[in-house]
Design a protein around this ligand. Structure first.
Ligand SMILES: Nc1ncnc2c1ncn2[C@@H]1O[C@H](COP(=O)(O)OP(=O)(O)O)[C@@H](O)[C@H]1O
Ligand SMILES: Nc1ccn([C@H]2C[C@H](O)[C@@H](COP(=O)(O)OP(=O)(O)O)O2)c(=O)n1
Length: 222
Protein backbone atom coordinates (compact mmCIF):
# COMPACT_ATOMS: atom_id res chain seq x y z
CA UNK A 1 0.00 0.00 0.00
CA UNK A 2 1.13 3.51 -0.79
CA UNK A 3 1.24 4.50 2.92
CA UNK A 4 3.84 1.75 3.61
CA UNK A 5 6.07 3.16 0.92
CA UNK A 6 8.54 5.91 1.77
CA UNK A 7 8.27 8.39 -1.09
CA UNK A 8 10.93 11.08 -1.49
CA UNK A 9 10.24 13.71 -4.14
CA UNK A 10 12.95 15.72 -5.92
CA UNK A 11 11.71 18.51 -8.15
CA UNK A 12 13.55 21.31 -9.89
CA UNK A 13 14.49 22.85 -13.23
CA UNK A 14 16.68 21.30 -15.94
CA UNK A 15 20.31 20.78 -14.90
CA UNK A 16 19.71 21.38 -11.19
CA UNK A 17 21.04 17.87 -10.44
CA UNK A 18 17.76 16.00 -9.83
CA UNK A 19 18.66 12.92 -11.86
CA UNK A 20 22.14 12.65 -10.36
CA UNK A 21 20.95 13.03 -6.78
CA UNK A 22 17.89 10.82 -7.31
CA UNK A 23 20.11 7.98 -8.57
CA UNK A 24 22.59 8.39 -5.73
CA UNK A 25 19.86 8.39 -3.08
CA UNK A 26 18.02 5.44 -4.66
CA UNK A 27 21.25 3.39 -4.73
CA UNK A 28 22.18 4.32 -1.18
CA UNK A 29 18.74 3.63 0.30
CA UNK A 30 17.82 0.66 -1.92
CA UNK A 31 14.72 2.54 -3.14
CA UNK A 32 13.05 2.46 -6.56
CA UNK A 33 13.53 5.35 -8.94
CA UNK A 34 11.00 7.30 -11.01
CA UNK A 35 12.48 9.45 -13.78
CA UNK A 36 9.18 11.15 -14.64
CA UNK A 37 10.84 13.40 -17.22
CA UNK A 38 11.70 10.27 -19.20
CA UNK A 39 7.96 9.50 -19.51
CA UNK A 40 7.30 12.95 -20.98
CA UNK A 41 10.33 12.56 -23.26
CA UNK A 42 9.15 9.09 -24.37
CA UNK A 43 5.68 10.41 -25.12
CA UNK A 44 7.18 13.17 -27.27
CA UNK A 45 9.33 10.64 -29.13
CA UNK A 46 6.35 8.33 -29.64
CA UNK A 47 4.36 11.24 -31.10
CA UNK A 48 7.21 12.11 -33.41
CA UNK A 49 7.51 8.46 -34.51
CA UNK A 50 3.77 8.25 -35.18
CA UNK A 51 3.78 11.54 -37.11
CA UNK A 52 1.46 13.19 -34.56
CA UNK A 53 1.90 16.94 -33.99
CA UNK A 54 3.06 17.80 -30.45
CA UNK A 55 0.01 19.99 -29.86
CA UNK A 56 -2.53 17.44 -31.15
CA UNK A 57 -5.12 15.92 -28.76
CA UNK A 58 -4.00 12.42 -29.91
CA UNK A 59 -0.80 12.82 -27.84
CA UNK A 60 -2.75 12.11 -24.63
CA UNK A 61 -4.02 8.75 -25.94
CA UNK A 62 -0.47 7.93 -26.95
CA UNK A 63 0.77 8.76 -23.43
CA UNK A 64 -1.86 6.48 -21.93
CA UNK A 65 -0.94 3.49 -24.10
CA UNK A 66 2.83 4.00 -24.18
CA UNK A 67 4.79 0.70 -24.37
CA UNK A 68 7.85 1.60 -22.31
CA UNK A 69 10.25 -0.03 -19.89
CA UNK A 70 13.48 0.84 -18.13
CA UNK A 71 16.38 -1.56 -17.68
CA UNK A 72 18.39 -1.92 -14.45
CA UNK A 73 20.66 1.00 -15.47
CA UNK A 74 17.67 3.25 -16.11
CA UNK A 75 18.01 3.10 -19.93
CA UNK A 76 14.62 3.60 -21.63
CA UNK A 77 12.97 1.35 -24.21
CA UNK A 78 10.08 2.35 -26.46
CA UNK A 79 8.31 -0.60 -28.12
CA UNK A 80 11.29 -2.75 -27.00
CA UNK A 81 13.84 -0.57 -28.78
CA UNK A 82 16.47 1.22 -26.65
CA UNK A 83 15.99 4.95 -27.29
CA UNK A 84 18.10 6.27 -24.43
CA UNK A 85 20.56 8.30 -26.55
CA UNK A 86 17.92 10.28 -28.44
CA UNK A 87 15.81 10.48 -25.27
CA UNK A 88 18.41 12.48 -23.36
CA UNK A 89 19.08 15.16 -25.99
CA UNK A 90 18.13 18.81 -25.41
CA UNK A 91 15.87 18.64 -28.48
CA UNK A 92 13.84 15.82 -26.91
CA UNK A 93 13.79 17.77 -23.61
CA UNK A 94 12.30 20.76 -25.42
CA UNK A 95 9.66 18.55 -27.11
CA UNK A 96 8.84 16.97 -23.74
CA UNK A 97 8.34 20.40 -22.19
CA UNK A 98 5.87 21.29 -24.97
CA UNK A 99 3.66 18.21 -24.58
CA UNK A 100 3.96 18.49 -20.78
CA UNK A 101 2.01 21.77 -20.91
CA UNK A 102 -1.10 19.82 -22.02
CA UNK A 103 -3.38 18.93 -19.06
CA UNK A 104 -4.71 15.79 -20.84
CA UNK A 105 -1.17 14.45 -21.31
CA UNK A 106 -0.37 15.04 -17.62
CA UNK A 107 -3.55 13.22 -16.57
CA UNK A 108 -2.75 10.33 -18.90
CA UNK A 109 0.65 9.82 -17.25
CA UNK A 110 -0.54 10.16 -13.64
CA UNK A 111 -1.49 6.54 -12.83
CA UNK A 112 1.68 5.23 -14.49
CA UNK A 113 3.80 7.49 -12.25
CA UNK A 114 1.92 6.61 -9.05
CA UNK A 115 2.50 2.90 -9.80
CA UNK A 116 6.23 3.40 -9.22
CA UNK A 117 5.56 3.81 -5.46
CA UNK A 118 6.53 0.31 -4.35
CA UNK A 119 8.09 -0.78 -1.02
CA UNK A 120 10.47 -0.12 0.49
CA UNK A 121 10.52 3.33 -1.07
CA UNK A 122 10.70 5.58 -4.11
CA UNK A 123 12.83 8.51 -5.14
CA UNK A 124 10.66 10.46 -7.61
CA UNK A 125 12.41 12.99 -9.89
CA UNK A 126 10.50 15.60 -11.87
CA UNK A 127 8.70 18.94 -11.81
CA UNK A 128 5.47 18.18 -9.95
CA UNK A 129 6.36 15.15 -7.82
CA UNK A 130 5.85 16.96 -4.51
CA UNK A 131 2.96 19.16 -5.63
CA UNK A 132 0.73 16.88 -7.75
CA UNK A 133 1.84 13.26 -8.14
CA UNK A 134 2.86 12.54 -4.52
CA UNK A 135 1.41 15.45 -2.48
CA UNK A 136 1.42 13.29 0.69
CA UNK A 137 5.09 12.26 0.39
CA UNK A 138 6.83 12.41 3.79
CA UNK A 139 9.96 14.00 2.30
CA UNK A 140 10.12 16.66 -0.41
CA UNK A 141 13.19 18.25 -1.91
CA UNK A 142 13.49 21.01 -4.49
CA UNK A 143 16.82 21.55 -6.22
CA UNK A 144 17.70 24.83 -7.88
CA UNK A 145 20.73 26.61 -9.38
CA UNK A 146 21.22 29.67 -11.57
CA UNK A 147 20.42 29.26 -15.29
CA UNK A 148 24.06 29.99 -16.23
CA UNK A 149 25.41 27.31 -13.90
CA UNK A 150 22.84 24.76 -15.06
CA UNK A 151 23.65 25.46 -18.72
CA UNK A 152 27.34 25.13 -17.94
CA UNK A 153 26.76 21.74 -16.32
CA UNK A 154 24.76 20.59 -19.34
CA UNK A 155 27.53 21.84 -21.64
CA UNK A 156 30.16 19.78 -19.78
CA UNK A 157 27.86 16.74 -19.76
CA UNK A 158 27.35 16.93 -23.55
CA UNK A 159 31.07 17.43 -24.25
CA UNK A 160 31.93 14.47 -21.99
CA UNK A 161 29.52 12.35 -24.05
CA UNK A 162 31.43 13.35 -27.18
CA UNK A 163 28.57 15.54 -28.47
CA UNK A 164 28.90 19.08 -29.78
CA UNK A 165 27.39 21.90 -27.73
CA UNK A 166 27.08 25.67 -27.75
CA UNK A 167 27.06 27.28 -24.31
CA UNK A 168 25.11 30.43 -25.14
CA UNK A 169 22.48 28.42 -27.06
CA UNK A 170 22.17 26.14 -24.01
CA UNK A 171 21.58 29.14 -21.70
CA UNK A 172 18.81 30.34 -24.06
CA UNK A 173 17.24 26.85 -24.31
CA UNK A 174 17.28 26.41 -20.53
CA UNK A 175 15.61 29.82 -20.06
CA UNK A 176 12.89 28.99 -22.61
CA UNK A 177 12.22 25.60 -21.00
CA UNK A 178 12.24 27.10 -17.46
CA UNK A 179 9.78 29.72 -18.56
CA UNK A 180 7.40 27.20 -20.15
CA UNK A 181 7.61 24.74 -17.22
CA UNK A 182 7.14 27.48 -14.59
CA UNK A 183 4.30 29.34 -16.27
CA UNK A 184 2.03 26.58 -17.58
CA UNK A 185 -1.51 26.48 -16.22
CA UNK A 186 -1.37 22.91 -14.89
CA UNK A 187 1.25 21.52 -12.45
CA UNK A 188 3.74 24.35 -12.99
CA UNK A 189 7.28 23.88 -11.74
CA UNK A 190 7.41 25.27 -8.21
CA UNK A 191 8.48 23.97 -4.79
CA UNK A 192 5.78 22.34 -2.67
CA UNK A 193 5.09 24.55 0.35
CA UNK A 194 6.55 21.82 2.58
CA UNK A 195 9.68 21.15 0.48
CA UNK A 196 13.28 21.73 1.52
CA UNK A 197 14.76 23.99 -1.18
CA UNK A 198 18.47 23.54 -1.89
CA UNK A 199 20.29 25.95 -4.19
CA UNK A 200 23.18 23.86 -5.52
CA UNK A 201 24.80 26.68 -7.56
CA UNK A 202 27.90 26.68 -5.35
CA UNK A 203 27.62 23.27 -3.69
CA UNK A 204 29.36 20.08 -4.89
CA UNK A 205 27.24 16.99 -5.58
CA UNK A 206 28.57 15.19 -2.46
CA UNK A 207 27.64 18.15 -0.24
CA UNK A 208 24.13 18.34 -1.75
CA UNK A 209 23.72 14.62 -1.06
CA UNK A 210 24.90 15.11 2.53
CA UNK A 211 22.28 17.87 3.06
CA UNK A 212 19.57 15.65 1.60
CA UNK A 213 20.57 12.69 3.77
CA UNK A 214 20.51 14.85 6.89
CA UNK A 215 16.96 15.95 5.98
CA UNK A 216 15.89 12.35 5.27
CA UNK A 217 17.37 11.13 8.58
CA UNK A 218 15.52 13.85 10.47
CA UNK A 219 12.27 12.62 8.88
CA UNK A 220 12.94 8.95 9.65
CA UNK A 221 13.34 7.97 6.00
CA UNK A 222 16.80 6.47 6.55
N1 LIG B 1 25.95 20.33 -7.34
C1 LIG B 1 26.51 20.08 -8.52
N2 LIG B 1 27.72 20.58 -8.82
C2 LIG B 1 28.29 20.35 -10.03
N3 LIG B 1 27.75 19.61 -11.00
C3 LIG B 1 26.54 19.06 -10.77
C4 LIG B 1 25.87 19.28 -9.53
N4 LIG B 1 24.68 18.62 -9.59
C5 LIG B 1 24.63 18.03 -10.80
N5 LIG B 1 25.75 18.28 -11.50
C6 LIG B 1 26.06 17.83 -12.87
O1 LIG B 1 25.18 18.57 -13.72
C7 LIG B 1 24.77 17.76 -14.81
C8 LIG B 1 23.23 17.78 -14.88
O2 LIG B 1 22.73 17.08 -13.76
P1 LIG B 1 21.40 16.20 -13.85
O3 LIG B 1 21.37 15.36 -12.62
O4 LIG B 1 21.33 15.53 -15.18
O5 LIG B 1 20.29 17.36 -13.74
P2 LIG B 1 18.71 17.30 -13.94
O6 LIG B 1 18.28 15.87 -13.79
O7 LIG B 1 18.16 18.19 -12.86
O8 LIG B 1 18.46 17.85 -15.31
C9 LIG B 1 25.38 16.38 -14.59
O9 LIG B 1 26.54 16.24 -15.39
C10 LIG B 1 25.74 16.36 -13.12
O10 LIG B 1 26.85 15.54 -12.85
N1 LIG C 1 7.27 15.60 -13.67
C1 LIG C 1 7.63 16.20 -14.81
C2 LIG C 1 8.84 15.84 -15.46
C3 LIG C 1 9.16 16.46 -16.64
N2 LIG C 1 8.31 17.37 -17.18
C4 LIG C 1 8.56 17.99 -18.48
C5 LIG C 1 9.15 19.37 -18.38
C6 LIG C 1 10.61 19.19 -18.72
O1 LIG C 1 11.15 20.35 -19.35
C7 LIG C 1 10.62 17.97 -19.63
C8 LIG C 1 11.84 17.08 -19.53
O2 LIG C 1 12.05 16.77 -18.15
P1 LIG C 1 13.41 16.10 -17.64
O3 LIG C 1 13.30 16.00 -16.14
O4 LIG C 1 13.68 14.85 -18.38
O5 LIG C 1 14.48 17.19 -18.06
P2 LIG C 1 15.84 17.62 -17.39
O6 LIG C 1 16.64 16.35 -17.15
O7 LIG C 1 15.52 18.31 -16.08
O8 LIG C 1 16.46 18.54 -18.39
O9 LIG C 1 9.47 17.21 -19.24
C9 LIG C 1 7.16 17.73 -16.52
O10 LIG C 1 6.42 18.60 -16.98
N3 LIG C 1 6.83 17.12 -15.35
Amino acid sequence: MMSDVKVVTIDGPSGSGKGTLARRLANRLGFHLLDSGALYRLTALAAQKAGIALDAPEVAALAESLNVRFDADGAAYLDDVCVDDVLRTEQTGAMASQIAARPDVRTALLARQKAFAVAPGLIADGRDMGTVVFPDAPAKLFLDASAEIRANRRYKQLIERGLSANLSALVDEIRIRDDRDRNRAVAPLRPATDALVIDSSDIAIEAVEAQMLEYLRARGIC
